[in-house]
Design a protein around this ligand. Structure first.
Ligand SMILES: Nc1ncnc2c1ncn2[C@@H]1O[C@H](COP(=O)(O)OP(=O)(O)OP(=O)(O)O)[C@@H](O)[C@H]1O
Ligand SMILES: [Mg+2]
Length: 184
């Protein structure tokens, strides 16, 4: 894995914070995902919304499964939330009542089949966004970007030419979340 850090200046969206922080990780293979997931959990706040972006088969669900596993959730319980739209899992930190620095709950949503942002809001996502001690991971979050919280962490997954690795492009407008990039 090779990491680069840069900051970009977005003029197109003056309604939100102007500065967007970005962090790219090249050549992430399947076997790198557990380490990446653990680094993310260790370095990011315990309350976080993650928007996952990438074409069909980019690896969004696989990344959610890896993060879930690093939180002590059985990865086989994490499937694309096609019918239920929202799946919530208790993490090891909640079950063992141990670490307040780690998320206690992981919420998993998939916006692919939603008609519009209203349908997304009807799922009660505003409450999830406010919840402390939980991570909310949303596949196809670019489809509901207008109602995503400004402090979200975005992870764009690009498929490498030979399809055996991915490039991860992380971005956020939150200085606190961007601080976590330093540990990745
Ligand atoms: N970092 C990676 N390197 C190589 N292959 C990967 C990587 N991440 C995921 N894959 C593979 O890509 C395939 C598709 O993964 P996945 O189902 O997670 O994609 P998705 O983005 O959730 O797709 P969809 O848009 O259909 O929900 C799987 O076979 C998975 O093993
Ligand atoms: Mg998926």
């Amino acid at each position: 894995m090779e990491a680069h850090c840069k900051q970009t200046f977005h003029r197109a969206r003056p309604c939100r914070t102007l500065m967007s922080h970005q962090h790219k990780i090249d050549n992430v293979q399947l076997h790198d995902l557990p380490n990446f997931a653990t680094a993310l959990i260790t370095n990011m706040p315990a309350s976080l919304v993650i928007g996952l972006v990438g074409t069909l088969g980019a690896g969004k669900t696989t990344l959610v499964q890896s993060i879930a596993e690093s939180l002590g959730i059985d990865a086989s319980d994490v499937t694309s939330p096609t019918f239920t739209l929202l799946q919530s899992h208790q993490t090891k930190a909640l079950r063992d009542d141990t670490n307040d620095d780690l998320p206690h709950v992981l919420h998993h949503l998939d916006a692919y089949r939603l008609a519009d942002e209203d349908e997304f809001l009807e799922l009660g996502v505003d409450e999830l966004f406010e919840e402390s001690g939980s991570w909310t991971l949303i596949e196809w979050a670019d489809r509901v970007e207008a109602v995503m919280p400004p402090g979200a962490l975005w992870i764009r997954i690009e498929i490498d030419d030979d399809n055996d690795a991915r490039e991860l492009i992380l971005s956020t407008r939150s200085a606190k979340v961007a601080q976590g990039f330093l540990g990745l």
